[in-house]
Each structure stands twice: as C-alpha cells, then as structure tokens.
Design a protein around this ligand. Structure first.
Ligand SMILES: [Zn+2]
Length: 308
C-alpha cells in the first residue's frame, strides 16, 4: 500500500466504508496525499494491513485491469539487509525466543530464493529487481522503542544503529511494542542516513496477534516468529519493487505487489534457498496474471506467486 500519511488515510478509508461510497479514496494516490503530509514525515509505504482491515479492497470489474504499472522511479537491483531489534524486551530470552535467529535465517534464505524471484520481472530507471540479498545480521537496541506512528522516528533509529548505511540497504526495525488499535502489522518507508538513501521497514510485536497471524501450524517456528516472517516477505518484496520516491510499481489503488496478495497462501510452506520453510503470502506478478499462471488473491485475481 502506498500511503503518505496513515492517520489521514485510515480516517478517509473508514469514511468511505461508513458512507457506503464507491469512489476511489484519494489515499490510494501517493501524489495526492503528499499535499497533506504537513509534518514532512517520510510516507508509510507498503502497509501490511491486519486481517479484515482492508480499506481499499473492492470488487474490480472485468474491464479494470488489476496489474501494477510503473511510476518512473528506481527499484532495488539487489539488497543488503541488516535487522534492528528495538526495545527492552529484546533482552529477555522468553520474549526473544526463536525470533532473532529465525529472522536471520529467513533473510539469509530469501537470498536467491524462488520466492525472491517472484518480484524479478519488474524494472526501473536503474535496472531490474534481482533476487540477491546480502544479509549482514542484526543489531539490538534495548532503549524504549517507538510505536511506529512516526516514520521519521523509525528512520532515525536506523540511522542511529546502522553506522555504515549502504546504497540498496534495507533496514527492518522489529519493535517489542504491540499494535493495539493500529490497523496494520507493518509498513516500509525510506529515508536518508549520512546522505545515503536507505529503505527501512517497521514491524510491530505480533505475539498473540490474531489479526496479523498467518496461522502457521507447521510447528517449525513460534507463532511470533512465523507472523514476523510472513509480514517481512510482504515488506521486503514491496521495498524491492517500489522503494523510495517517486515510486516504481503499484496499481491504480496504490497497492504494491505484497498488498495485492496479502493474507493469501498457496501452499502450506514455501522453501527458501537455505532450506528453511515458511508459511508466507505470495507476491503479485503482472506476468502471472496476464498468463493465468498465478494463484488467486483475496479478490479472485490469479496473479499471486510464491515460487514454491
Ligand atoms: Zn503492503
């Protein structure tokens, strides 16, 4: 989801539903919303809405092509990732559980996976999305974490922890804060650290959060790790295909490749390049939709791929 200003967007979206209107919400257009971004915060992009909280979902008619279109910006030809675990709970082993080791393994296994390759059809002004992810592990910051409502606070945390930011860096921030009434599980955005453009993402603590749970029953991972892994696939895929400003690939409603397949799963477990297995949503492929090769998203459009 392309979001300039989430609080406004949520209000608008709720208004759309409350009034029963069928017009497009202006929140789906990142250009329009920028005018409302009075605080000059980096925009929340690629918001992974919780289950049942889909402000822009609607039935699309046959004449409405659901494919994403290119908006002129860059993509990520390759990715360098480093995770940040923020908040005092990350000092407690019962809270940490298998999350840190599991996500390190998740990022390592994303590299050159068939799952990663589901985003590789997309090109931008700087080349083509590629499946390479160099994962540089993680950092832990035990100071009190913010709740994600300020995107600039998340960018600032990345700049504080990542002393050597790199071009094509993707820095996901996993906090110990639960989402409460927030309608989303995660989002991605961008910023600048020491003059280097970076992609960042924010993830709530999803322990016991039914609205953000893929319901992985494999027994391979704790519930909290399984939930973070699924939303991480959504956000990383979106950052690779639609980072930064002015944006690259999203559809007429502002939905990115993760949004368009959110909360749909094709197989019980997707195997990554390091043989780890995850219950993870697919990602939208224009090519798959156009050729009928994908599995259906929540609107029945067969454009989702998980690379299994
Ligand atoms: Zn999204």
């Amino acid at each position: 989801m392309k979001m300039r200003f989430v609080l406004l967007s949520v209000v608008l979206s709720l208004g759309v539903f409350a009034c029963g209107q069928t017009v497009d919400s202006p929140a789906s257009n990142r250009q329009d919303l920028s005018a409302f971004n009075a605080q000059h915060e980096p925009p929340m992009l690629g918001i992974h809405w919780a289950r049942g909280f889909t402000p822009f979902a609607r039935v699309q008619g046959a004449r409405n092509n659901p494919d994403m279109t290119y908006h002129g910006g860059v993509i990520m030809p390759s990715t360098v990732s480093e995770a940040i675990y923020w908040g005092p709970s990350w000092a407690h082993s019962t809270f940490v559980g298998d999350k840190i080791t599991g996500l390190d393994s998740w990022y390592a296994g994303f590299n050159n996976s068939n799952y990663a390759k589901t985003s590789d059809e997309y090109t931008g002004s700087n080349g083509q999305v590629g499946p390479a992810v160099t994962h540089n592990g993680h950092r832990v910051d035990l100071s009190t974490a913010s709740n994600g409502s300020s995107t600039s606070a998340i960018v600032a945390e990345v700049c504080k922890e990542i002393t050597n930011p790199v071009r094509d860096g993707f820095y996901p921030v996993y906090v110990d804060v639960k989402r409460g009434n927030a309608g989303y599980c995660a989002y991605h955005t961008y910023g600048s650290c020491s003059g280097v453009n970076v992609q960042v993402a924010f993830f709530f603590n999803l322990d016991g959060d039914a609205g953000c749970d893929p319901q992985d029953t494999s027994g391979l991972h704790s519930q909290g790790l399984a939930a973070l892994a699924n939303v991480s696939g959504h956000e990383l895929s979106e950052a690779r295909t639609d980072p930064d400003n002015p944006g690259a690939w999203y559809d007429k409603r502002g939905q990115e490749n993760g949004d368009k397949c959110a909360w749909t799963f094709h197989v019980p477990l997707v195997t990554f390049s390091n043989s780890t297995q995850w219950k993870i949503q697919g990602e939208w492929s224009n090519h798959a939709y156009n050729t009928g090769a994908g599995y259906p998203n929540s609107s029945g459009q067969k454009g989702c791929l998980d690379g299994h």
